[in-house]
Design a protein around this ligand. Sequence first.
Ligand code: PEP
Length: 251
Amino acid sequence: MRRGLAAGNWKMNGLSTSLSELEALVAAHAEPGCEVLICPPATLIARAAQLAEGSAVMVGGQDCHAEGAGAHTGDISAAMLRDAGASHVILGHSERRADHGERDAQVRAKAKAAMAEELVTIICVGETLEERDASNTLDIIGGQLSGSIPDEATGHSLVVAYEPVWAIGTGRVAEPAQIGEVHDFIRGRLERRFGAGVGRSVRLLYGGSVKGANAAEIFAVSNVDGALVGGASLTAQDFSPIVTALEEAAD
Ligand code: PEP
């Protein structure tokens, strides 16, 4: 039985005052029927982790370096995330792949480092609109899965987020049938590579314009175990209904 995961990615949003949103989320979900995670910008991780300590809400990072320490100005290692109180890290988000030219091999190296620090690693995959229109979606996802996921992955350490690039921050949500096709494909690939035990225990999240209004429909799709949410995770008012929809989907 896979436990649902509602993960919020604040991206490059949030100042000290935004911690009140995390506070409200913690208060609203004292005993959630699913896992709840917020990944604030790096500047807020330590304070967010302190604030959420002892609560059901977990805190994660949005990226980490593949090396443990060294001359990498501006970067953060997995050990630093762990030290700041993070339990999870998002890797290979399409914005990092696009803005920073991250390739699958780099994502894999980062994931290996994150897993070695016992961070639960959310690896993002997803096709562009051009790739979908050219009927290349499954080829692209298959390549990203093989290239980005390290051999060390387990059902606990790995979460995969399917995020069609054309649905991120656009208000355009993939159709349930499109989500189902890709999630079933990812499940099959994981089972083939890691065996049924591990392959069936990895959580698969959908990401791309998830909101309170569309969450229930998305969570009803087979092999959708939760969501990675950008814009609608910035306030407790918007994120809370998504958490509730995931709790209800598990009932
Ligand atoms: C994301 O950043 O991972 C994301 C899915 O963003 P949004 O929910 O805003 O589309």
